[in-house]
Design a protein around this ligand. Structure first.
Ligand code: GLU
Length: 469
């Protein structure tokens, strides 16, 4: 039997990091089993679907390493509507489903309590199809439904606690529960690896598989992803869109590696391992069923490690979207013609060890490409104290006299200017840094001045000096 898994997102919003994790788990499982990964877009909620969300899913998958053309699909749930209806009709004809026209209020009036599920009123009343008649599945009165789940063992659900649930609405359209099962059936899916949120649907869906006479798949419900307060990640509260991480400058390699560590770890107490090791060592059966903490701080540190591990040339390439503002990434504060690739290449190794997400490259190097630096006024006020004007005067004079404009000479020269005033280098550097880069923190100062060049450095120092009059 060929293993066939599917990833079945609904295109109703930004693609979620939890979705990316399920996709990767499916992807690896298929690869390990010599199986097939199928992408199915569950687009039957016409009111909430948008084509751009579908495109967002495809490009997010591509970014994370599940590239277009390397899987089966995308198939679209809407294309299988005929089968969904046919399955509903079969269930009705075989007596496994019946029509019902009760409203929630009707049921409540009969049972006299809070609505706690359907009471089976129409089970044996022989109501036929018609407008407003929903089709309900006749759940067995006895026995239990045992779900075989690779992560959770064999959760067992007593059938008598499962209400006769709706499988097609009053307008005849099949609901998600049924469409999802019929699609899995038509697509020959053998393993359903999906989010834990769907576990309550699973006994109902397995009853549908049984009633339609097909062996149900093996299930694997992967744990819910939570924030630091142990709340399920939500798009209203948390940063959940994979796209947001991409735009901030997370590397896809770091992102997918981190996602795989949610509830699982490779052998030997290692976290940073090549993707090939994850593909080899990952075991769905080893995934911890408890909620997985999505730790953004840890992810960020992790990303910094990945950035530092890149060969410099790759780092330079990886920064390009932020330097040039390509695609959906916001343009940098300089004009395209102000960008100087050689100057960037000269400071790139210094930046590479300091930034944790690629978007941080911009404030680190903007001083190189702007005609005058963007002055952070708070940094200015904090740094430019009594004596800064004179210090800048002396530094300008000493720098003007330099024969060779290199980091080492700049450093020893400024050190000497400070020493005359009894200042350590750190204190001497600060006003120069603010004058030239506009900030108090950034790349190593003397290397920065070397790359910026004599003329621009001196112009900026003089301009700062004038402001201090
Ligand atoms: N379309 C469903 C969702 O996005 C997926 C259902 C499933 O994986 O079975 O939650």
């Amino acid at each position: 039997m060929t293993v066939r898994v599917r990833f079945a997102p609904s295109p109703t919003g930004m693609f979620h990091v939890g979705g990316a994790r399920s996709a990767l788990q499916n992807w690896i499982y298929a690869k390990q089993q010599g199986g097939v990964f199928v992408l199915r877009i569950e687009d039957t909620d016409a009111a909430r679907n948008k084509p751009e969300w579908t495109e967002g899913i495809l490009s997010a998958l591509d970014w994370i390493g599940i590239s277009r053309g390397s899987y089966e699909g995308p198939h679209f749930q809407s294309e299988n509507a005929g089968e969904h209806r046919a399955a509903a009709a079969r269930l009705y004809e075989s007596g496994r489903a019946y029509y019902c026209d009760c409203t929630r209020e009707d049921v409540q009036a009969r049972t006299g309590s809070q609505y706690q599920g359907y009471d089976g009123y129409h089970r044996d009343r022989g109501l036929g199809p018609g407008p407003g008649h929903a089709l309900r599945f006749r759940t067995p009165d006895e026995g239990a439904t045992v779900v075989v789940d690779l992560i959770r063992g064999e959760p067992t659900f007593e059938n008598k606690l499962i209400e006769d649930f709706v499988i097609a609405r009053g307008d005849g359209s099949p609901v998600f529960l049924l469409a999802n099962v019929v699609d899995d059936m038509t697509m020959g899916i053998t393993h359903v690896i999906r989010a834990e949120e769907h576990l309550p649907n699973t006994p109902k869906q397995q009853l549908l598989w049984d009633a339609l006479g097909v062996k149900p798949p093996i299930w694997a419900h992967v744990p819910v992803v939570v924030n630091e307060k142990r709340q399920k990640l939500s798009k209203r509260r948390d940063k959940v869109a994979l796209e947001a991480y991409r735009e901030e400058g997370y590397l896809p390699g770091a992102m997918r590696n981190y996602l795989m560590l949610l509830g699982w770890a490779p052998s030997g107490d290692r976290e940073i391992v090549p993707w090939s090791v994850i593909e080899e060592e990952f075991r769905l059966e080893e995934v911890n069923p408890s909620p997985a903490f999505f730790d953004e701080k840890k992810l960020r540190a992790f990303n910094g490690d990945y950035i530092r591990a890149l060969p410099v040339a790759e780092f330079i390439d990886a920064c390009q979207p932020w330097l040039t503002g390509t695609g959906t990434i916001a343009p940098p504060p300089w004009q395209p013609e102000e960008f100087d690739a050689d100057a960037f290449a000269a400071v790139a190794p210094l930046a590479q060890t300091r930034i944790t997400v690629l978007s941080e490259i911009v404030p680190n190097v903007d001083f190189l490409f702007l005609a005058s630096p963007l002055i952070d006024e708070a940094a200015w006020a904090k740094t430019m104290k009594d004596g800064s004007a004179e210090l800048l005067d002396d530094a300008v004079a000493a720098f003007e006299a330099l024969e060779s404009w290199d980091a080492e000479s700049l450093k020893s020269t400024l050190e000497a200017v400070g020493a005359e005033r009894g200042l350590k280098l750190g204190k001497t550097q600060a006003p120069v840094r603010v004058a030239v880069t506009g900030r108090t923190v950034g790349l190593p100062l003397f290397e920065s001045l070397e790359v910026l060049g004599r003329e621009r450095t001196l112009t900026r120092m003089r301009a700062a000096r004038l402001r201090l009059v």
